[in-house]
Design a binder for this molecule. Structure first.
Ligand code: SF4
Ligand code: SF4
Length: 199
């Protein structure tokens, strides 16, 4: 599922500044499941925005409507008649939903109300673990379905535990990789045993 985090209210308000009739469009997909951008969150955001507009003496009105999925054109059809009545659109979906709205309604400014942060899985209720960076060249077929952990992440965690984070900042020369072919190592104390053979 795509994970999002709502932008600060002030930032959302700033983006729609100057528009009188605003339609906040929610998404019933990923963002609804993780309680970030569905019908309920549209309602909450709109209530907070309305309060902010009142406090600042801004004469704007924000309404809400939630579609099943904002990234699907067929799901946007029901919005067509509604959108014409508004000056701009806010989107509570992920970046894909925002772009879909912008593509379908090119005459309307579309503003994101969310920061899209990750593609992840549910670990606990409300706890999501990032699992994919959408790199476009998936290697999971060769890694047993495991997303390759980053050694530097583990190094950072270990050094932090040991209060040794300064070590991670030290610059080291590039490795010469002398051991790229198998070597035989003789301890100096035993060199005399093999000195003949080496000559
Ligand atoms: S628009 Fe984004 S959040 Fe909504 S269903 Fe599609 S991918 Fe998920
Ligand atoms: S390798 Fe696969 S799982 Fe990892 S970022 Fe790329 S697409 Fe996502």
């Amino acid at each position: 599922m795509v994970k999002v985090k709502r932008k600060p209210l002030e930032e959302i308000a700033e983006s729609v500044k100057g528009y009188t009739k605003i339609l906040n469009v929610g998404c019933g997909g990923c963002v609804s499941v993780c309680l970030a951008g569905g019908q309920r969150e549209v309602k909450t955001t709109n209530a907070e925005l309305t309060l902010l507009f009142e406090e600042k003496g801004i004469n704007s009105r924000v309404d809400g409507y939630t579609v099943e999925r904002q990234c699907n054109a067929a799901c946007l059809e029901e919005l067509d008649d509604l959108v014409v009545r508004y000056d701009c659109l806010l989107s509570m979906a992920c970046g894909a939903g925002v772009q879909m709205l912008a593509e379908r309604y090119p005459s309307k400014p579309v503003f994101p109300a969310q920061n899209t942060v990750a593609i992840g899985v549910d670990r606990e209720i409300g706890v999501y673990e990032e699992k994919c960076r959408a790199c476009g060249r998936c290697v999971l077929a060769y890694t047993g379905g495991i997303w390759i952990p980053c050694a530097w992440n583990d190094i950072y965690i270990r050094l932090k535990q040991q209060n040794r984070l300064d070590d991670i900042k030290k610059i080291h020369l590039a490795m010469e990789w002398q051991n790229s072919t198998p070597r035989t190592i003789v301890q100096p104390q035993y060199e005399h045993l093999y000195a003949k053979e080496e000559k």
